[in-house]
Design a protein around this ligand. Structure first.
Ligand code: ADP
Ligand code: MG
Length: 683
């Protein structure tokens, strides 16, 4: 049997020296398979054009005949070479910079292919590349792939090497998709698709090759998630929580409010999962202020009452402290112990905490990513809750999960991902959605004003504060520099202290120590501080119900979802709440964004409009999103394919044949390689 291309080292490709092999490793390429699956991200067009239909300024490739004597001018080490050419009865001048050595090759009557930028007025082509047909053509007349390159790996080297690899090993590229799917969507066979994605003969062929590979990428992604889930669900060795309804009700009755119907519904979904012997993997979605925290509390209570420990992981220290305090209040009457673990818990305190966790003296631990450090052990971890999950990578979540023996996992997010997209992107999770906010909440009145109205905004602030309420004042975001953000906040703080001598004005930013931040938040919580000037560190989760006014300076610098998150800091109590956006956006899109904010305070609607305004590709552009990143596919523009692929994968996974029939062997081998059967996902 011959070796398969995933076992052949890339050094077997002719032209790949030991040195180059090392360089390729940096690109994640060590086998022939990995090289062949290193796809171009676009193509350079070297197809021949006619001078009569090109526009001024275009980059074009034309075939011409040399019609004059070359003229070389030298300026020190620099040079300029020009020569008259003729093409389709047009006379024009070709000009090269710093290519003096070409002069002797430019003999009248010889054919030449020129690529460069066309200057219509001067009838001149500034040549960047040229080839002589009588010496053999490499690029001209074709679409050339453009790869992401760097270091000693150059564009021309990788093109040549890819061609070499395709020639030597192209025939060994195996098919992986089942024939029925290839037929169903009329896809290119894999071998052809990989050849043509690197070397398309025309753009239609390039697109067809891409279509095939995009489908494959999305299908394999879905298959991996669904197969993992199918296998995991069959396992009976998850945590089976045993807690009766009466016990749960005791806790729920102790809450200062009644649960909304939406909260009751998700509570049931979560408890049902927790009581089942298979492990829970559930995403809890709900707009800001919909009351997710109390749901987490119920789940944590249930795990403790079943004899397990629970962990709550949040993205910021402020949030950890806040959750710690509110859980303490809720759990105190029930004798449940809570610990806090953030990176500012150190030394003796940390040691003691870790020991208590390991001995099971602490029921619930609340913390930041400090929770996933290696030396953190639990005695009996039953439930992991992560809040505002988009701040954590999938990887970080699964590390925490592994600290227990398949503990139940509840992931909470306010990132309003359209439901279908959530189900598809987090294919391995069940999704619960809190679809309404607590009763009696009035919509947050949102206004957009220009900077010149700042005085009136200040008047508005004092009106609210005089009535006993509190306000946030968010300073502009300067993306490139946290330092400048901080400076902004400090300046604004001074201004506000002068503007409001009768109030306490607090200051919060990311460069303060945890203890300082904590103290400010505590003071704001207790209404010892009435006006809080802050950077976006309060963006997620912060909950001070008496705060009713959110003022955002230079609001056009923030993204829509961020504005929505910030606005969600108010409207958390029974008082009427307001959000004031101060902005003079210049662009139409910027103005449209401000309008969206004033028109709706429904997070799902905000995200829908955001998607429209931004267009595909950008919506999930940040690494923070926690959504998968694809090599070829685009979550948004290829969404229909993603859904299709999900259906196809689901059908296969549910089919007994899939697990046994030889025709699915390549797919099973893929799953094996991805370690799906070991019950651990490679993220
Ligand atoms: P989020 O979903 O944004 O995390 P929180 O859990 O912080 O929202 O809840 C927002 C506020 O609403 C909190 O002050 C919380 O105590 C309160 N709350 C939660 N559920 C209810 C309810 N059913 N009725 C009234 N207030 C509630
Ligand atoms: Mg929250």
């Amino acid at each position: 049997m011959t070796a398969s291309i995933d076992q052949i080292p890339v050094s077997k490709v002719r032209g790949v020296s030991a040195l180059k092999e090392g360089e390729l490793h940096a690109f994640g390429i060590s086998t022939v398979k990995e090289l062949l699956e290193y796809f171009p991200f676009r193509y350079e067009d070297y197809r021949l054009r006619s001078l009569s239909d090109i526009k001024d300024g275009e980059k074009v490739t034309v075939q011409a005949e040399i019609a004059g004597v070359p003229v070389l001018q030298r300026f020190g080490r620099k040079s300029r070479l020009s020569c008259r050419m003729i093409a389709d009865q047009w006379m024009f001048t070709a000009t090269w910079f710093n290519r003096h050595f070409l002069k002797d090759q430019l003999t009248a009557g010889r054919e030449i292919v020129l690529t460069g930028k066309w200057d219509q007025r001067r009838m001149q082509l500034t040549v960047s590349e040229s080839e002589f047909p009588d010496r053999g053509i490499q690029r001209s007349g074709s679409l050339q792939p453009v790869y992401s390159v760097g270091g000693k790996i150059t564009q021309s080297w990788i093109r040549k090497t890819m061609g070499q690899a395709l020639e030597q090993f192209g025939d060994m590229i195996p098919e992986i998709l089942p024939q029925e799917l290839i037929r169903k969507y009329d896809l290119m066979p894999r071998r052809q698709a990989i050849l043509r994605i690197h070397q398309p003969q025309d753009s239609r062929e390039g697109q067809e090759a891409r279509r095939r590979m995009v489908y494959e990428e999305l299908f394999l992604f879905q298959l991996k998630l669904l197969a993992y889930r199918a296998i995991n669900h069959e396992r009976v060795d998850g945590v089976q929580h045993e807690v009766d309804n009466a016990t749960i009700r005791q806790f729920v009755r102790s809450l200062p409010f009644e649960l909304t119907d939406a909260q009751k519904k998700v509570e049931l979904e979560i408890l049902r999962d927790m009581r089942s012997p298979t492990s829970m993997n559930r995403l809890l979605q709900g707009d800001v202020g919909s009351g997710k925290t109390v749901i987490a509390a119920i789940a944590l209570y249930a795990t403790v009452k079943s004899g397990f420990q629970g962990a709550l992981m949040v993205p910021t220290e402020i949030l950890a402290e806040q959750h710690m305090r509110s859980l303490q209040k809720l759990f105190e009457p029930f004798g449940i112990t809570i610990g806090l673990l953030t990176s500012s818990v150190t030394g003796r305190k940390r040691k003691d905490l870790l020991a208590s966790l390991q001995m099971g003296l602490i029921d619930i631990v609340v913390g930041t990513h400090a929770l996933i450090q290696e030396d953190v052990y639990f005695r009996k971890l039953g439930l992991v809750v992560t809040d505002e999950q988009h701040r954590f990578g999938v990887n970080q979540r699964s590390i925490l999960r592994r600290k227990g023996f398949n503990p139940d996992v509840l992931t909470m997010t306010a990132t309003p991902i359209p439901r279908t997209l959530a189900i598809t992107a987090f294919g391995d999770m069940d999704v619960s959605t809190i679809s309404e906010r607590p009763k009696g909440r009035k919509p947050i009145k949102t206004y957009w004003v220009k900077h010149e109205m700042l005085d009136r905004v200040l008047g508005f602030i004092s009106r609210e504060v005089d009535q006993g309420r509190q306000a946030y004042l968010i300073t502009p975001l300067i993306e490139e520099s946290e330092k400048l953000d901080v400076q902004n906040a400090i300046d604004l703080h001074i201004q506000m202290q002068q503007a409001f001598p009768n109030y306490k004005v607090g200051l919060l930013h990311g460069r303060m120590s945890a203890a300082e931040k904590d103290e400010v938040m505590r003071a704001f919580n207790n209404n010892e501080v009435q006006l809080l000037v802050s950077t976006t560190v309060v963006e997620v989760g912060v909950d001070v119900p008496n705060a009713t006014l959110m003022v955002i300076m230079d609001a056009d610098r923030f993204g829509l979802s961020q504005l929505h998150q910030l606005r969600g800091r108010v409207g958390r109590g029974q008082h009427e709440s307001y959000c004031v956006l101060i902005a003079d956006p210049k662009s139409e899109v910027g103005q449209e964004r401000m309008k969206v904010m004033t028109e709706t305070d429904d997070g799902f609607e905000v995200s829908r409009r955001d998607l429209e305004l931004r267009g595909p590709g950008d919506f999930f552009g940040t690494k923070q999103s926690g959504l998968p990143e694809f090599r070829l596919a685009d979550m948004v523009s290829d969404f229909a394919v993603l859904e299709q692929a999900r259906d196809d994968a689901a059908r296969l996974v549910g089919d007994e044949f899939f697990w046994t029939s030889p025709s699915y062997e390549p797919l099973r081998a893929y799953l094996q390689q991805e370690q799906i059967f070991q019950g651990e996902m490679i993220d």
